[in-house]
Design a protein around this ligand. Structure first.
Ligand SMILES: Nc1ncnc2c1ncn2[C@@H]1O[C@H](COP(=O)(O)OP(=O)(O)OP(=O)(O)O)[C@@H](O)[C@H]1O
Ligand SMILES: [Mg+2]
Length: 355
């Protein structure tokens, strides 16, 4: 399958995340498309997304279920499902990730870029004990011996809140709960001290208290190690307070990007605004009742030419049905792809209370 270039109403903009002067982006994604062939047609899961992430920066990716967050993360890593196609550019520390040979990929994955997958059950090898899964990468990538690797593994398990780590090292994945497996996945991802961590809903299997602990741990480690982190969640409260910048994704495209504080304090895309109003733990309008965004995502096999949120938007007008809109700058580190955005308002009521 090839991805045609007929759909040229760019939504992503290479300027979306304008780097600080002099800073080389750790990760740069330009015009990424990831299409998946299915029995019901070609799903345009990611449809022209551009973003960049600086060293030591945490970027949140938020959006409703089905908006394309996981497919985007996997496409960046070169992990595409069968019958799929990908186009665009992905550069990591200036290297073209999409052009890597298999051997080069193995060097980059795990060592320089690590990923925590949404489904920890499927990411761990069921027939290999935790110890080997944790130490193998360290021995290979960090060139350390077995006992040193085991020592580090114990420390990592402790860091991610695994009780009795000695015993856990001898476990097979099926001997642990979903939450425990998720923590092991996070420990494996951090083991080789990657430059970039892509964490896709890293705490879904955990209860709220543990979720907060793990998310705060990720943020702390990210800052301490000056690591880049892409934190993906459908829950805005997860990325609030734990990311420097955020990209709001809707139906395969970016609706709004910018400094997390700015986007959450003063959302301008109608979708971001609605999403914040539907998030119980972010007190966006404080006295307003919690609202639900009515309607559903457009059919990903035939998305509309115009704004993909238009059919659900109370403020849509006839021009919203024309091709576009594209991300446009509305202020310092703030871009919005909306023809009739929310008027910027002075910040007064927002409280970010990350879970
Ligand atoms: N392997 C696949 N085969 C076919 N379609 C897929 C596949 N994986 C994802 N999709 C489709 O791609 C679109 C984007 O899915 P994706 O999993 O990226 O959403 P998401 O934003 O990660 O959602 P969630 O918050 O539920 O994890 C959806 O329409 C989904 O049905
Ligand atoms: Mg997902």
């Amino acid at each position: 399958m090839t991805i045609g270039s007929t759909d040229n109403h760019d939504n992503g903009s290479p300027l979306a995340d304008t780097p600080l002067p002099g800073a080389t982006p750790l990760l740069e994604v330009n015009n990424l498309r990831a299409y998946i062939g299915t029995a019901r047609g070609t799903v345009r899961a990611v449809d022209d997304v551009s973003l960049s992430l600086q060293t030591g920066q945490a970027l949140g990716i938020v959006g409703e279920s089905g908006s394309g967050k996981s497919v985007m993360a996997r496409a960046i890593m070169g992990l595409m499902p069968p019958r799929s196609a990908r186009s665009g550019e992905v550069t990591f520390q200036g290297r073209d990730l999409l052009a890597l040979k298999k051997k080069e990929k193995l060097e980059v994955w795990g060592k320089q870029i690590a990923m925590v997958f949404q489904d920890p059950g499927r990411s761990l090898n069921p027939v290999v004990r935790v110890e080997r899964q944790l130490t193998e990468g360290m021995r290979k990538h960090l060139g350390i011996g077995r006992s040193e690797a085991t020592g580090r593994a114990l420390q990592l398990l402790q860091e991610v809140g695994v009780p009795d780590p000695q015993r856990r090292l001898r476990n097979y994945p099926h001997e642990m709960s979903g939450g425990m497996r998720q923590r092991v996945m996070i420990a494996i991802a951090l083991a080789c001290e990657p430059d970039l961590l892509i964490a896709d809903e890293p705490t879904t299997a955990l209860d709220v208290t543990i979720q907060r602990q793990i998310l705060d741990l990720l943020r702390r480690v990210q800052k301490e190690r000056d690591m880049g982190m892409m934190l993906i969640s459908h829950d805005l409260a997860v990325v609030a307070g734990r990311t420097d910048r955020v990209s709001v994704m809707y139906a395969g495209r970016l609706a709004e990007v910018g400094a997390t504080r700015t986007v959450f304090d003063s959302p301008m895309h109608r979708y971001t605004h609605a999403l914040l109003g539907a998030t119980p733990t972010i007190d966006h309008t404080r006295h307003a009742p919690l609202r639900v965004i009515s309607g559903s995502l457009p059919d990903p096999t035939s998305p509309p030419q115009g704004c993909r949120f238009a059919s659900r938007c109370e403020h849509a007008q006839s021009d919203c049905l024309t091709p576009g809109p594209v991300l446009e700058s509305v202020g310092a580190d703030h871009e919005v792809a909306c023809l009739h955005p929310v008027a910027p308002h002075p910040v007064k009521t927002l409280t970010l209370s990350g879970r």
